[in-house]
Write a protein of this length. Structure first.
Lengths: 271, 247, 848
C-alpha cells in the first residue's frame, strides 16, 4: 500500500499520563468506571484497566524492568496493531473487519455478527468481544480503528492529537518508520539505551503501529515474534477450500452415481 | 424370521419385519432435524461466499439458530441414554462390530450400487458396512461437535487462545467430514433406487422380508447360516454357475 | 516562573527537584524532550522515588524527603570548591561581593543557629534579630563590596565557610543518596556555570511544602545566581504552579499577607496611608529601593480602583475603608484552622476547595469545621467538605453548622483570564453552558456584592461607607433566567488592567491617554488619584495590542504565532506580566558591558548607537538603549556602565541578586530536618529542626490534635503527592468515570524490601498510621522505592496520593472513594509562609 499510514509511538517520551486512553474514550463515546457495570480496582499498580476490553480500545501498560544495567519504568500504549497481514480480517466471516484506507483495519459494527473469531486469532489478542447475551451469543467486536472517522477526513487520531509529550505521531508509514529508526539510533548512541529497538517494521507484513522501545519487546509483554497463527492458515487456506471441494465432490458423486445407477439398476429386479 | 401376521391367509402379501424401534426412529429424525439447520447455518459462517447472509442482525440470527439446533443435536444421545440405556449399549456394540465382510462390502459397493450387480454384495448384519461407518462418523462427529461447540460457545476467553483455535479447527473438520458423509447418506437412503426401503424403514420401522434377506442377510438368516450361504455362492460362482435367487 | 514553559527547550541541563512534571504538568514534557533532542540537553530528576518524570531522566537522584537543603548545600560546596560558578555574573549581578557585618556568625560557628537568636521560653523555638545580617555600608549608606571576592566578610567567602560541612559523605549520609550519584548530579548541573551554558530548575510542592520550604526555594534562587542562569533563556527559577490559575490568584492577592500585586496587606502598624507608605519606603523598607519605589503609585491607584470617586486626596484615597489586620501571619491556613478549632471563627466562605481532605491533619481540621456557625461553599460536586457532616465517625446530629452550597460553574463554563506558571495571561472564552443554576464564581460574588450594598443601604449601621462606596459598576453581562443580570467580565478586566481617571498628558501637553482609556503600562500609574488600577503587575493585559498578524485586540486575547527570535518567546501570544516581558531579570542575559553571553540564546543587549528616543539638554539625540528579543527588564536607556547599569534585579532595593538575603530562619539556607524525622540533624546535632517555626500543641496527646510522632513508634518516612489522573483533593476528578477507571483507589507505594518485612504483597490492603490518624490504602510494591541508608541505619520511605476522600456522602457520591492521606500529615508549616509540611512526616504500617 503506497498510501499506508502508521501511528508512531515513542515509548521513550511517553510518561503514561493516560491522556491517550481518555481521549480515545471521549472521542469514541466509551465508558469508564460505571458503578455496578464496569468497576476497576487497584491491584497494586498504576495500570488500569488491566486488559483491553469492549470499552477500552487503548491503554497504557506499566512494567518495571531491571536488566542489571539500568532500571527502567516502561510504558507501552497498547491497541490494535493494524497488521498488513491481519488475521482478524481473514477469519471474519462478515467482512465487518476490512483493510481500509491508509492501511487501517477498519471495523463496521453493523456488519459484525458477534462470532468472536477475530479476538481469538489475533496474535496480540486485541479485538474484544462485547457479549450482549451469553446464551444467544449476541455480541459485537470492538477495537481501535485509528479513529477512522477522523483519519479519513485529514485529521489525526484523537490520542495522537492529545499526547502532551509529543510521543505520538501519525503519517505516511515510511516516514514514521524512518523517524522511529532515527530515534532508536539516537537512544542507543546518545541516551544510554543500548537495547533500544523498533517494533512493528516487518511483523505480520508490517504493523500499523511503529514502536520505539528502550528495552526488548518481551519486557513490555509484547510477543517477540508475533506470527500469523498456523491454525488460521490451516483454516483459511486449507480447510475452507478442502471443505468446499469435499461438499462439491460429494454432490457431484451423488449426481453421477444417480445417473449411473439409474442406467444399471433394473427396478424390475428390485422388490 | 418371518412373522406370522394376524391376517396371514393371503399368500401374496408382503411380509414386513420390524427393524427399528420407535425410539431409534424418533431420535434419527430429531438428529436429522437438528443436523440440517446446523449444517446450513454452519456453512454460512464457513463459506466466504455466503458472507452477506452472515452479516448484521441476520448473521446474529443465524448464530442463534445454530445454538438452538445444537441443543437438540446434543440432546439426541442424552435422551437415548436416559430413556433406553441398555438398548443404547447394545446399539453401540452393533456399530462397532467390524469383520472381513466389511472389507468385502467396500469392494462390492461400486458394482452393487452403481452397476446393479446384486450378486456382488456379501451378507450384512442389521446395519451394513456403510451404515455402520456412517454411524461411527456421526458419533465421533457429534462428540467432536459437542466438545468444540461448547468450548466455542461458553469457553471463549477462559482458555488459551491456541486451544480455542484448535477447537475451531476440529469443529471445521467434523463439519466437513459429517456433512460430506451426510450427503452420501442422503443420496443412498433417499435417492438411490435400490435402497428405497430404507426411508420406509426409518419412517415405519419395518422392512420387507425379501429386503431383509437381500440387504441384511446376517440379520435375517443369522450369522452362521448367512456366511455358509455366501461361501457356497462364492464357490459356485467360481465354477461359473449362475447363483439361484431364492424367491 | 522567572522564565516560561516553552523556554525549557532552550536549556542545556534541566533539573527537576521537588517536582514530578511529567506527572502533574505533562505538557512540559514536550519542551523538555525538545531540549534533549535539539540541544542534547540532560534531565536530572531528584526525588525519593522513581516517578513518571524520573522514568524519563538521564540521571535519577534518590534523596530522602526533607533533605533538599543538604543536597543543595552539597551542590554549593561542590561549585565553590571547584570554582564552577559564573564568575563575572556573580560579581556584577549578585551580592556575592558585598561585605557583611563583621559580627555576623553562621550555623557553622553557632551549632545550627545564626547570630541574633533569642528563645524566650527555652522550648527550642524563637526568632532572630537581624541586626548582624546587614551589609557593611559607607558614609552614604551604600554597601561595601570586594569584587575580587576574597574578603573574608564578603558573601561568597561566608558561603564557603557556611557550606564547608556539606561534604559528599555528610550529604550522602543525610539524604541516603549514594556518593557517586550525588557527585554525578553536582558535576552535571554545575556545568551550567560555564558562561555559554544555561540550566533550568523546575520545582513544585516537593520543595515548598516543608518547614524549610522557603529556604528550599531560596537555595534554588541562589544556585541559579551562582551559575549565572537567571534572566537567560533556558534558565531561571521555575515554580510549576499546581492549579491552572493559582498564579493568577497569588497575583491578585489571595494570600493572607497581600492585597493585589504583591503589595502588603494593611496592618495595625499602618493606621493611615502616610504611615503605610512611610513604613514601606523608609530606608530598609520593602519599597525603599529599586522599582518598588513606585509602590505608592500602585497602591494609590488600587485604592482609586476600589473606591472610585469616593477615593480622593482629601480622604487619603479612602484608606480608612481598608480593614487592618493585627498580623497577617495569623491568617494563614494553619493558624486559621487553629483559631477555628478554638471557636474564634464564626463563618467560612469556601470557593472551590476541599479542606476536609486537603488540609494538613485533616481529622483536626474537620473537627475545626464543626465549630463554624455557618459555611458557604461554592463547588461543582458534593465533596467531602460540602457535606462534611457526613464524614465517617461524625454524627450529623452533632453538627450545628449551617451549610449553604452554591453550585458553581466549571472553568470551561465561564469567560475570563487565567495566568500560567510562566506569568502568561490568556483570556479564555466560555465554551460550554453551565449545568442547572450553576454560576461562575465571579457572578456569585457579583450578586453577593449587590445584595450586600442593598442591605447596607437599608440598614447602614455605624460604618457602611466601605461597602456603599465600593466601585461596583460591573453590571451589563448576560441575563440569567433565574438570577437576572450577571456581571460583564470585560469591565472587571478593565479595572484590573488600569485606566486613566482623567486625561493623561506628558510634560509637553501631549495626550498620552484619554480619560477612561486603558493604560498599557504601569509606568503611567500615578499616586495622585488620576489613575486607577486593580493589579499593577497586570497593566497592559487587557489594553489593545497587535497580534503580529495585523489584528488588534486586548493583549491577553491574542493568539499570534510568530516567534521572531526562535527562542519560543511568542511575544504575540497572550500577555506575560509584567509588560509582556517573557523572561524577567533579562538584564542578566548580557554581560557587564551589555554584550550577550556566549552560547547563542541572545535575549537583550545594549546597542550604543541606537536612538534612545530622548534628547539631552542641548537638544542632541541621546544614543544607546537596550534592544533585543524581549522587553528589557531594565531602564531602557540606562547604559551598562552607568550608575546602576549592573543592578539587574530591579525589584530589590540594592538591585543585586541576593545570595545572602534575610528570611525568618536566616540569611542562608541551612539544613534542618523535618519536624518528624527518623534521625538527628547530622550537621547541627543541637538544632534538629528549623528553630523559627511555630509549633502548636492543641489537644496534644488526645485522639484528634497536634500530635507529634517519633521514630521509635513511627520509623518510616512518608510523603504525599499527586498523580496525573486526579486533581488535588479529588473534587474535580473523582466524579469522572474515565479518570476514576484509570486510578480507582487510594494507594501507598513502598519498596519491595519494606513490603517483604511487613509481609505485604502488591494489591494487599495496608493500614498506615501516624501520630494523628490511621488510614487504609492498597499497597503498590515497587522497585521504584529503595530503602535509604541514613546516618548508618536503614530508613524506609513510602508515599501516597492525597486525592482521595470518603466521597461526600449520600447524594451524588464520588465514583472513587478512599481514605484521605491528610489524616496523617502534621499541622505545622514553614517559618515564613506557614505552608504545611505535607511532604515529610513519619508513619508506621502493617498489612490490613
Amino acid at each position: 500500500m503506497t498510501d499506508r499510514y502508521a501511528m508512531y509511538i515513542d515509548t521513550s517520551k511517553c510518561m503514561a499520563c493516560r491522556g491517550c486512553q481518555v481521549a480515545c474514550k471521549q472521542w469514541n463515546d466509551l465508558q469508564g468506571y460505571v458503578p455496578g457495570v464496569r468497576e476497576t480496582v487497584n491491584t497494586g499498580t498504576y495500570e488500569n484497566p488491566l486488559k483491553l476490553d469492549p470499552q477500552t480500545w487503548t491503554r497504557i501498560k506499566f512494567r518495571e524492568y531491571d536488566d542489571g544495567e539500568r532500571f527502567q519504568w516502561l510504558f507501552l500504549k497498547e491497541g490494535c496493531m493494524h497488521c498488513a497481514e491481519a488475521v482478524c480480517v481473514d477469519v471474519c466471516p462478515t467482512k465487518a473487519l476490512k483493510h481500509g484506507p491508509h492501511g487501517i483495519v477498519t471495523y463496521e459494527r453493523e456488519l459484525c455478527n458477534g462470532c468472536g473469531y477475530c479476538g481469538q486469532f489475533c496474535p496480540f489478542q486485541v479485538p474484544q468481544l462485547e457479549v450482549l447475551n451469553r446464551l444467544t451469543g449476541e455480541a459485537k467486536s470492538s477495537k481501535c480503528v485509528f479513529c477512522q472517522d477522523r483519519t479519513t477526513n485529514g485529521l489525526k487520531p484523537a490520542c495522537v492529537k492529545t499526547c502532551p509529550a509529543s510521543a505520538l505521531d501519525w503519517g505516511d508509514r515510511d516516514a514514521m518508520l524512518d523517524k522511529a529508526k532515527a530515534r532508536a539510533e539516537l537512544l542507543k548512541t546518545e541516551w544510554g539505551f543500548p537495547k533500544a529497538n523498533v517494533y512493528g517494521e516487518a511483523q505480520l507484513g508490517g504493523l500499523g503501529r511503529i514502536y520505539v522501545l528502550t528495552a526488548p519487546p518481551s519486557a513490555y509483554d509484547l510477543p517477540e515474534t508475533p506470527s500469523y497463527p498456523a491454525t488460521a492458515t490451516l483454516w483459511q487456506k486449507i480447510l475452507q477450500p478442502v471443505g468446499h471441494l469435499a461438499f462439491g465432490a460429494a454432490i457431484v458423486a451423488s449426481i453421477t452415481a444417480f445417473f449411473l445407477a439409474r442406467r444399471n439398476v433394473h427396478m424390475e429386479e428390485v422388490e | 424370521m418371518s412373522v406370522r401376521l394376524k391376517d396371514s391367509k393371503s399368500v401374496f402379501q408382503i411380509r414386513w419385519i420390524p427393524k427399528y424401534t420407535t425410539l431409534e426412529r424418533f431420535l434419527h429424525w430429531m438428529h436429522t432435524a437438528s443436523f440440517i439447520p446446523l449444517a446450513l447455518t454452519g456453512i454460512v459462517l464457513f463459506s466466504p461466499w455466503l458472507q452477506s447472509v452472515a452479516q448484521s442482525e441476520g448473521g446474529s440470527t443465524v448464530r442463534l439458530v445454530h445454538r438452538v439446533a445444537a441443543i437438540f443435536f446434543g440432546g439426541v444421545p442424552i435422551l437415548y441414554a436416559v430413556l433406553q440405556p441398555r438398548r443404547l449399549v447394545l446399539h453401540v456394540r452393533e456399530f462397532l462390530k467390524f469383520s472381513k465382510y466389511d472389507l468385502l462390502w467396500l469392494k462390492a459397493a461400486v458394482p452393487y450400487y452403481l452397476l446393479g450387480r446384486h450378486s456382488a454384495m456379501p451378507p450384512q448384519p442389521r446395519f451394513n458396512t456403510g451404515e455402520r461407518l456412517n454411524a461411527v462418523v456421526m458419533v465421533v462427529g457429534t462428540i467432536t461437535f459437542g466438545i468444540t461447540g461448547l468450548a466455542m460457545w461458553f469457553g471463549r476467553g477462559d482458555m488459551p487462545q491456541t486451544l480455542y483455535q484448535i477447537m475451531v479447527i476440529f469443529h471445521d473438520l467434523a463439519f466437513i467430514v459429517t456433512v460430506s458423509m451426510f450427503m452420501i447418506h442422503f443420496y443412498l437412503a433417499v435417492i438411490h433406487p435400490l435402497m428405497w426401503q430404507s426411508l420406509v424403514s426409518m419412517r415405519y420401522g419395518v422392512v420387507s422380508e425379501s429386503y431383509a434377506r437381500e440387504h441384511h442377510a446376517m440379520w435375517y438368516f443369522g450369522d452362521k447360516r448367512a456366511k455358509e450361504m455366501w461361501e457356497k455362492h462364492k464357490a459356485e460362482e467360481e465354477e461359473h454357475q449362475p447363483a439361484e435367487q431364492e424367491g | 516562573m522567572t522564565n516560561h514553559w516553552v523556554d525549557i527547550k532552550n536549556a542545556d541541563v534541566i533539573m527537576m527537584n521537588g517536582s514530578n512534571a511529567a506527572e502533574n504538568h505533562p505538557a512540559s514534557m514536550t519542551w523538555i524532550h525538545k531540549a534533549r533532542e535539539d540541544r542534547k540537553a540532560k534531565l536530572i530528576v531528584v526525588d525519593p522515588r522513581v516517578t513518571r518524570s524520573a522514568a524519563k531522566a538521564d540521571l535519577y537522584v534518590p534523596i530522602r524527603s526533607g533533605t533538599d537543603l543538604a543536597f543543595f548545600g552539597g551542590l554549593f560546596k561542590y561549585i565553590l570548591d571547584n570554582e564552577l560558578y559564573h564568575d563575572e555574573y556573580v560579581v556584577h549581578f549578585t551580592n556575592a561581593a558585598n561585605l557583611i557585618n563583621a559580627d555576623y556568625k553562621g550555623p557553622d560557628e553557632l551549632d545550627g543557629l545564626f547570630s541574633g537568636f533569642s528563645d524566650d521560653d527555652g522550648d527550642g523555638f524563637g526568632r532572630y534579630d537581624r541586626a548582624t545580617w546587614g551589609y557593611q555600608v559607607d558614609a552614604e549608606g551604600k554597601a561595601l563590596r570586594d569584587e575580587t571576592l576574597q574578603d573574608p566578610n564578603c558573601v561568597l567567602q561566608i558561603m564557603r565557610r557556611h557550606y564547608a560541612g556539606y561534604d559528599l559523605d555528610s550529604v550522602s549520609s543525610i539524604t541516603g543518596c549514594p556518593k557517586e550519584t550525588l557527585e554525578a548530579a553536582f558535576a552535571l548541573y554545575a556545568s551550567t556555570g560555564a558562561p555559554d551554558k544555561v540550566g533550568t530548575i523546575l520545582y513544585a510542592m516537593g520543595q515548598t511544602q516543608h518547614t524549610v520550604g522557603s529556604q528550599n526555594v531560596r537555595a534554588m534562587g541562589m544556585l541559579q545566581l551562582l551559575l549565572g542562569n537567571v534572566g537567560r533563556p533556558g534558565g531561571g527559577v521555575n515554580a510549576l504552579r499546581g492549579e491552572s490559575n493559582v498564579q493568577g490568584s497569588t497575583d491578585m492577592g489571595l494570600l493572607a499577607h497581600l492585597v493585589t500585586a504583591y503589595m502588603p496587606v494593611t496592618t495595625s502598624a499602618d493606621p493611615d496611608l502616610a504611615t503605610y507608605l512611610e513604613n514601606k519606603t523608609k530606608p530598609g523598607g520593602a519599597w525603599s529601593g529599586g522599582y518598588w519605589t513606585n509602590g505608592p503609585k500602585f497602591f494609590t491607584s488600587l485604592l482609586k480602583a476600589w473606591w472610585g470617586e469616593h477615593a480622593t486626596a482629601d480622604n487619603s484615597f479612602a484608606y480608612d475603608y481598608l480593614p487592618k489586620v493585627e498580623s497577617a501571619a495569623n491568617h494563614y491556613w494553619i493558624p486559621l484552622f487553629e483559631a477555628m478549632y478554638a471557636g474564634k471563627v464564626k463563618g467560612m466562605w469556601i470557593m472551590g476547595q476541599n479542606p476536609a481532605v486537603a488540609g494538613p491533619n485533616a481529622r483536626f481540621e474537620r473537627e475545626a469545621l464543626l465549630q463554624l456557625d455557618w459555611m458557604v461553599i461554592q463547588e461543582l460536586f458534593q465533596t467531602e467538605t460540602v457535606a462534611f457532616w457526613q464524614a465517617p465517625g461524625l454524627n450529623p446530629a452533632d453538627v450545628k453548622t449551617e451549610v449553604f452550597c452554591l453550585p458553581a460553574a466549571d472553568g470551561m463554563e465561564k469567560e475570563g483570564s487565567i495566568v500560567t506558571s510562566g506569568r502568561l495571561i490568556q483570556w479564555r472564552p466560555k465554551v460550554a453552558a453551565a449545568v442547572g443554576e450553576s454560576l461562575a464564581d465571579h457572578d456569585i460574588l457579583h450578586l453577593v456584592a449587590l445584595k450586600l450594598k442593598e442591605l447596607y443601604q437599608a440598614d447602614p449601621g455605624p460604618f457602611p461607607d466601605p461597602i456603599l462606596h465600593l466601585t461596583w459598576d460591573f453590571g451589563g453581562g448576560p441575563t440569567h433566567p433565574v438570577v437576572g443580570e450577571l456581571l460583564d467580565i470585560n469591565k472587571v478586566a478593565r479595572e484590573i488592567n488600569g485606566f486613566a481617571v482623567e486625561d493623561q498628558l506628558d510634560d509637553k501637553g501631549v495626550v498620552l491617554a484619554k480619560k477612561g482609556d486603558m493604560l498599557s503600562t504601569f509606568a503611567r500609574l500615578t499616586n495622585d488619584g488620576k489613575t486607577a488600577c486593580g493589579c499593577w503587575v497586570f497593566t497592559g493585559y487587557f489594553a489593545p495590542a497587535s497580534d503580529g498578524d495585523g489584528n488588534t485586540m486586548p493583549a491577553s486575547k491574542r493568539r499570534g504565532q510568530k516567534d521572531p527570535s526562535g527562542l519560543g518567546l511568542y511575544p504575540y501570544w497572550g500577555f506575560a506580566w509584567p509588560l509582556n516581558r517573557r523572561i524577567v531579570y533579562n538584564r542578566c542575559s548580557a554581560d557587564a558591558n551589555g554584550k550577550p553571553w556566549p552560547g547563542g540564546r541572545e535575549l537583550i543587549w545594549w546597542d550604543a548607537a541606537a536612538d534612545s528616543g530622548t534628547k539631552d539638554a542641548d537638544g542632541k539625540l541621546i544614543l544607546g538603549k537596550w534592544v533585543g528579543n524581549d522587553v528589557p527588564d531594565f531602564v531602557v536607556t540606562r547604559a551598562p556602565d552607568a550608575a546602576g547599569g549592573r543592578d539587574a534585579f530591579i525589584m530589590r532595593t540594592d538591585g543585586k541578586g541576593g545570595l545572602f538575603a534575610a528570611m525568618n530562619e536566616g540569611p542562608l539556607p541551612a539544613h534542618y530536618e523535618p519536624v518528624e524525622s527518623p534521625t538527628t540533624n547530622l550537621l547541627y546535632p543541637d538544632r534538629p529542626v528549623n528553630p523559627t517555626i511555630k509549633v502548636w500543641k492543641t489537644n496534644e496527646g488526645q485522639g484528634v490534635g497536634d500530635n507529634w510522632g517519633t521514630p521509635d513508634k513511627f520509623p518510616i518516612v512518608a510523603t504525599t503527592y499527586r498523580v496525573c489522573e486526579h486533581w488535588q483533593a479529588g473534587g474535580m476528578s473523582r466524579w469522572l468515570e474515565w479518570l476514576v477507571e484509570a486510578q480507582p483507589d487510594m494507594f501507598i507505594e513502598m519498596s519491595e524490601e519494606l513490603a517483604a518485612e511487613k509481609g505485604i504483597k502488591s494489591g494487599d490492603k495496608a493500614k498506615v498510621r501516624s501520630a494523628r490518624g490511621e488510614i487504609q490504602a492498597v499497597a503498590i510494591v515497587t522497585k521504584r522505592f529503595k530503602p535509604f541508608t541514613v546516618n548508618g541505619k536503614t530508613v524506609h520511605q513510602v508515599g501516597m496520593p492525597w486525592h482521595f476522600g470518603w466521597g461526600g456522602g449520600t447524594g451524588v457520591q464520588a465514583l472513587a472513594i478512599g481514605d484521605a492521606a491528610n489524616d496523617l500529615t502534621p499541622h505545622v508549616g514553614d517559618a515564613n509562609t506557614m505552608i504545611p509540611e505535607y511532604k515529610a512526616f513519619l508513619v508506621d504500617l502493617e498489612k490490613a
